[in-house]
Design a protein around this ligand. Structure first.
Ligand code: C2O
Ligand code: CU
Length: 543
């Protein structure tokens, strides 16, 4: 039993311990007594420490998932050769999946299946984190529709660090509805995971001014980023203070990596492609556009295909959001070099915050190239046109919510150097009355980023994620109080979503349906440093 869990058990007593779900030791016992014969896909994921070559010169120390396919079609698992990212898991809707997480890290971890609708003990809540050497057995049926889901660690207070040092992969679901459209497949179905990182002179990753070797581990700072260890360093000098501020605002690296590679350049056939974009960054938002301002065709968001394609001249992509783009590279002459850029934008952080942010080598909202695409020569071939109807997407019906007239309000707040929701930080096993919902009902929630409760005029964009379900965005409003209006053009609110960007001075309303699974699930900001420092809470689904 790891320290964190022992602490929880001590704090909550034996009665609460019984509600913890499936602790590591029980999962171990379960795994030894169960055969995987009833599952379609069985994968082992070992979270390990490793070195990979990212930049010329010295290799980089990373943490990553090493994977093994124990059962299922060969296409179910694609390890990313030579990268810290991955693997890519590919399954069909309806398949039964078993995944064994084996923790080879020097600290506790757990995996969250971002966007999947699974029972609470399969969701990767931090209360299920396992210690070094332990195993957690996941088994669930994939009920989500076709879409680009993903997975990453979720231990309490150290999600940002573990994702940053490399742990993340894609979980791509296909289904019959998607198959019938004839969308690009194979090499033309291209996942693009966009991340920012900082390296030192020896090619080592720097997280909030620490290298992997120096970054606080569970033992040294088990209360997380904002815990005592960091405060001590903060007292010791300005370096610590800078680190503390960075931990509040978020990690912003000055190197943009695509699929784990710097200076990404792609050789693309003159054919239609499906580009599956994932913002896998800790805190950075991207405002994506082609340098020649060719329109972008959006066909999907977090929870899969839209009803119909959308045209945009640029799109915003907040941490953890996904966007599927359809691009026919036959429209450009062979040899054309296209640059996908992140355009300059106003992230709405004024005052002291803006000043501090300006200190980053590549501040949030600064412009930079993301990747270059070179269109190859050769036969253009027959391009299947993009269907103008993609999916039977139901229209959201806010009147079906049990609180249709009084949306629940969740203020995104900042206290004394700590984020919160309605002024409260994370509570491992707690959920308030407001955060308690009834199984089988729908509710309207409103995330408010009014910043009026902020400190020293601080306000930042937040990327709000709800575990265990897909929701619909039903409204986006200005908060109505004075302040700078941030740039929120290009935000795609259409389709099924599990993560939504809330810019400063904005309020966003979402419609959620709680079905199938009672239990304790998270909702939080996916700017991982915000999450790790308190912008995360539970909601409880009661039968
Ligand atoms: Cu992808 Cu709780 O997060
Ligand atoms: Cu945030």
């Amino acid at each position: 039993m790891n320290k964190q869990r022992r602490q929880i058990l001590i704090r909550c007593g034996a009665a609460a311990a019984a509600t913890l779900g499936v602790p590591a030791l029980r999962a171990d016992e379960r795994s030894s007594g169960r055969t995987a014969s009833g599952v379609d896909v069985h994968i082992e994921l070992h979270a390990i420490t490793d070195r990979v070559a990212i930049r010329p010169g010295a290799s980089t120390r990373v943490w990553r998932y090493q994977s093994r396919l124990l059962r299922g079609a060969a296409g179910a698992l694609e390890a990313s050769a030579g990268s810290y990212l991955g693997p890519i898991i590919r399954v069909r809707r309806g398949q039964r999946v078993r995944i064994d997480l084996i923790n080879g890290l020097p600290e506790s971890t757990i995996i969250h299946w971002h966007g999947l609708h699974v029972p609470d003990d399969m969701d990767g809540h931090p209360r299920h984190a396992i210690g070094p050497g332990e195993r957690y057995v996941y088994e669930f049926t994939v009920v989500n529709r076709a879409g680009s889901y993903w997975f990453h660690p979720h231990p309490h207070g150290r999600t940002g660090k573990q994702v940053y040092f490399g742990l993340a992969g894609l979980f791509l679901v296909s289904d019959d509805e998607e198959d019938a459209l004839g969308l690009p497949t194979g090499a033309q179905d291209l996942p693009l995971v966009i991340q920012d990182r900082s390296f030192d002179h020896d090619n080592q990753l720097i997280y909030l001014s620490d290298s992997l070797a120096a970054a606080p581990t569970e033992g040294s700072d088990r209360r997380g980023m904002m815990g005592g260890g960091m405060m001590d360093r903060g007292m010791a000098g300005m370096g610590g203070m800078g680190r503390m501020m960075a931990a509040m605002m978020g990690m912003f690296g000055d190197q943009i990596l695509v699929n784990g590679r710097p200076d990404a350049s792609l050789e693309l056939a003159p054919r239609p492609y499906r580009l599956r974009l994932l913002n896998g960054s800790n805190s950075r938002i991207y405002k994506l556009a082609w340098a020649d301002r060719s329109p972008l065709t959006v066909i999907g968001t977090d929870g899969g295909l839209l009803a119909a394609p959308l045209q945009r001249d640029h799109v915003m992509l907040a941490p953890a959001e996904r966007l599927d783009l359809w691009v026919d590279f036959a429209r450009w002459p062979a040899g054309t070099e296209l640059t996908l850029q992140s355009l300059a934008f106003d992230n709405g952080t004024g005052g002291m915050m803006g000043g501090m942010m300006g200190g980053a080598a590549l501040p949030d909202g600064a412009p930079f190239p993301v990747l270059t695409a070179r269109v190859q020569g050769g036969a253009k071939g027959q391009s299947a046109p993009l269907p103008q109807r993609l999916s039977a997407l139901p229209r959201p019906d806010p009147r079906a919510a049990v609180n249709a007239d009084r949306p629940k309000v969740f203020n995104l707040t900042m206290g004394m150097m700590t984020w919160g929701i309605n002024g409260q930080g994370f509570d491992m096993l707690g959920a308030s009355a407001l955060e308690t919902v009834k199984l089988g009902t729908q509710e309207i929630w409103e995330f408010r980023n009014d910043a009026s409760a902020g400190m020293m005029g601080m306000s930042m964009p937040h990327s709000m994620h709800v575990h265990g379900l897909q929701f619909r965005v039903i409204g986006r409003f200005a908060a109505g109080n004075v302040g700078r209006s941030a740039d929120s053009t290009g935000i795609i609110d259409e389709g099924w979503k599990d993560t939504v960007l809330v810019m400063p001075q904005e309020r966003v309303r979402i419609l959620l349906r709680f079905e199938d699974y009672p239990g304790l699930f998270l909702y939080h900001c996916h700017m991982l440093e915000h999450e790790d420092s308190g912008l995360m809470r539970n909601y409880r689904v009661v039968a």
